[in-house]
Every structure is written in C-alpha cells, then in structure tokens.
Design a protein around this ligand. Structure first.
Ligand code: FES
Ligand code: FES
Length: 190
C-alpha cells in the first residue's frame, strides 16, 4: 500500500483542500447561524461577508488595532486572529447584539453621553472589549481602564471620553448592585 510522507496509508488522512468550502454553524448574538467558508477564511471576514454582521470592523488584520474584537464564548477576542472554522459550535457576540430590542445598552448610552467616539471605526471593537471587561472588573480604577484600552488603537485618539464612559458605567452598575443588595437585605429582615 502506498504511504504519505508521514507514513500513514493513503486515504486515512483528512486533508482540507484549499478550494473546498466548509460548513460552520455558530450562535451569533443568541441565534443559530450557518454558512460555508473557505478553510483559511478569517472569522472577521466570515462574520461580515457570510453572515452580514458588518458592525465588526477590520483594520490591521494582524491582531494589533482591536477593531475586529468580538466575544467568543463570552471572552473578548480578535476575530482577525481566528479562523472561521475554529468558531464552529461556539457562541459569538458582536456589537449588533449589545443593544436591547429597543434603544441602547448602558455601555452604548454612556459612549453617546460622553461623546466617546469620533469617526467610530474603532468603537465596535472597544465596546466588545468593555462589555467583557466590565463583567469581570466591577469597580476598575482609571489606570486599569486605560490598561484595558491599550489593546485598542483609536486613530481619532479620543481616549479620554472613552475612559470616562467606561468608568461611568462601572459606577452606575455598582450603585445598582448596592441598591439591589440593600433591598434583598431589607426583604430578608422583614
Ligand atoms: S483587524 Fe483585528 S486586530 Fe486589527
Ligand atoms: S473614533 Fe475614530 S478610530 Fe476611534
């Protein structure tokens, strides 16, 4: 029997052909979506071109600018550093999923209130990083927020209002948690 270079019998290896399309099924912002992609297609391109989620922007395409940031199983990740086939079966959240059915989410509303965007090219990626970050870091300092934002490049350089918006959301969520805890405590004491 003829052998491949690695010594395995021909026919036992599954080889992805360059021109072959592969089905990827994932959960996008809570809804199951499925489409075909090329083996080396980036997740960022798959989201934009195959699934129409064009809110995810593409800047550098090599993991530097952060414009393409989405959440993969809840964790912020550069979609230009991931292949679409690697997202098969996973939950992907993009900026389109941030807003409730009507209006804006609190993070988006804070960005609007603080004028935390200029051209807006970097904004979707920054919002997705902040959404993940604020779920893990409840009361960050300004220095910590700036450290988190260092993973994003804003060509308009409007970092100060972005930091203010993130701190504003952190503070208002902390107040809401405090009110909730107080109400629960009073209910238990009654
Ligand atoms: S486009 Fe992905 S990090 Fe710049
Ligand atoms: S608002 Fe223009 S790149 Fe950030």
């Amino acid at each position: 029997m003829s052998k491949t270079l690695r010594g395995a019998p021909v026919g036992t290896l599954s080889v992805m052909r360059r021109d072959e399309r592969h089905r990827v099924t994932l959960t996008l912002n809570g809804s199951e979506r499925s489409s075909l992609c090329a083996p080396r297609e980036l997740l960022s391109d798959f989201l934009r071109h195959e699934l129409g989620a064009t809110g995810t922007h593409v800047g550098c395409e090599h993991g530097v600018c952060g414009a393409c940031t989405v959440r993969v199983d809840g964790v912020a990740a550069r979609s230009c550093l991931m292949l679409a086939v690697q997202a098969d079966g996973r939950a992907i959240d993009t900026v389109e999923g941030l807003a409730p059915r009507e209006g804006l989410g609190d993070l988006q509303e804070a960005f609007r209130r603080h004028h935390a965007l200029q051209c807006g090219f970097c904004t979707a990626g920054i919002l997705m990083s902040c959404a993940d970050y604020l779920e893990r870091m409840h009361e960050p300092t300004e220095a910590q927020v700036r450290d988190m934002l260092s993973g994003h490049l804003c060509r308009c350089t409007g970092y100060t209002p972005i930091v203010a918006a993130v701190l504003d959301v952190a503070a208002s969520r902390a107040r809401a948690r405090h009110v909730e805890a107080t109400t629960v405590g009073e209910t238990c004491d009654a």
